[in-house]
Design a protein around this ligand. Structure first.
Ligand code: SF4
Ligand code: SF4
Length: 369
């Protein structure tokens, strides 16, 4: 990967153990050695997690935003993803293709676009892209080894209307749908590369060795904003990411820091003002572990999910970068990214037209019961 200026403050140390991720902690079962080991080492976390466990829970019929059709539909998507996870360990063909990096890169990018991805990029896989240890699934407790040279990151668009209903159930429906769509594409690419004789791995919902937003940023797909999600140039955070790591020869792209997008986040703070979990910081960007970034409170965010029953997404819905992918909004986003003065004006204009705290939109007619 080429090193852009200011790179030092963009490359974090490798220090994220998946055991500390909320989804791994929520899989711990009382009375098991894993539970005792984790919570005796993290007593404060035990208190925090017991607050989340006391709530109805994600996809619970007792969640505040329960919907008798959208919840089972989302659950069906997550179940299909579990089947796709089983395909990740498909064997690698013994016969290796001798295609050039240029030919393979062109084909992969063309194919992913044909499959409907919004954006696709390639980066060299870095140590800091990887978790230190696996915290869930069959590999729980194993260290994550950097086995591959490259990572292919891609985004899929989340439907604007469904996202606008957040934290309502259509937003959960949409995120599960796009997790499934991205997982499907990632597994297809992985099996394709394995058929060509290159060890590869899909990183999909529930089974990641990499931290997807960091990989996607370095593959040139966007910046990481105040809410901690990848902000793409044309959809803002209204996208889901999947990654394929591989030893196939590929041509990496380049991360170009988007300082105006970060500058916009510094003044905007709309996601923080609208967050029902009070999980997004309102203060200025901080240097955390040697990296300039914002860090959301993932525990309070998850507690809100457990109250709602959905994965919320209100931050994504209100973000001025999430507006529809059309000429008007693309022009505004382009100007924001190229003019600090315009960025400041656009921030006020967004509040004027859409409101500082816009209301959630109703579900599509076909989802209403
Ligand atoms: S809502 Fe505003 S502050 Fe939050 S991520 Fe979007 S642009 Fe940044
Ligand atoms: S998903 Fe909801 S609770 Fe979590 S940070 Fe976004 S707005 Fe806040």
């Amino acid at each position: 990967m080429k090193q852009p200026s200011g790179r030092k403050l963009s490359a974090p140390p490798r220090n994220v153990d998946e055991h500390d991720v909320i989804f791994a902690r929520m899989k711990l079962k009382p009375g098991t050695p894993d539970w005792d080991e984790y919570y005796s080492a993290h007593p404060l976390q035990a208190q925090n997690d017991s607050r989340a466990r006391a709530l109805p829970g994600l996809l619970s019929e007792h969640g505040a935003n329960f919907h008798p059709l959208n919840f089972p539909a989302a659950d069906a998507c997550f179940t299909v993803i579990e089947y796709l996870q089983k395909a990740i360990n498909h064997p690698v063909s013994e016969k290796r293709s001798d295609l050039t990096a240029a030919a393979l890169t062109k084909y992969l990018k063309g194919w992913t676009r044909y499959l409907g991805v919004h954006s696709v990029g390639i980066t060299e896989l870095q140590e800091y892209h990887l978790y230190t240890m696996r915290g869930r699934g069959a590999d729980k407790g194993k260290p994550v080894i950097r086995r591959h040279k490259y990572a292919i990151a891609f985004t899929v668009e989340m439907d604007y209307k469904n996202v606008q209903s957040a934290p309502g159930s259509p937003a959960l429906f949409e995120s599960s749908q796009q997790y499934l769509r991205s997982a499907n594409i990632a597994v297809q690419l992985t099996l394709f590369l394995k058929n060509l004789g290159y060890d590869s791995r899909a990183h999909i919902d529930g089974d990641y060795e990499v931290i997807c937003p960091l990989v996607a940023r370095d593959a040139g797909l966007g910046e990481i904003g105040r809410m901690g999600l990848l902000m793409t140039p044309l959809l803002g955070p209204r996208a889901r990411i999947a990654v394929v790591t591989t030893n196939a020869p590929l041509i990496p792209g380049e991360y170009r820091p988007d300082r105006n997008m970060i500058e916009f986040c510094r003044v905007c703070k709309k996601c923080a003002d609208c967050c029902p979990g009070n999980s997004i910081p309102t203060d200025d960007i901080q240097e955390i572990d040697g990296v300039k970034r914002w860090r959301i409170d993932s525990d309070s965010c998850y507690r809100y999910w457990c109250t709602s029953g959905t994965d919320c997404g209100r931050c994504m819905a209100v973000c001025p970068f999430s507006h529809r992918n059309n000429l008007f909004h693309n022009t505004i986003r382009f100007l924001i990214r190229h003019s600090r003065l315009f960025a400041r004006l656009a921030y006020h204009a967004d509040d004027l037209f859409y409101g500082r705290k816009p209301k959630s939109k109703p579900a599509s007619e076909w989802m209403r019961i």
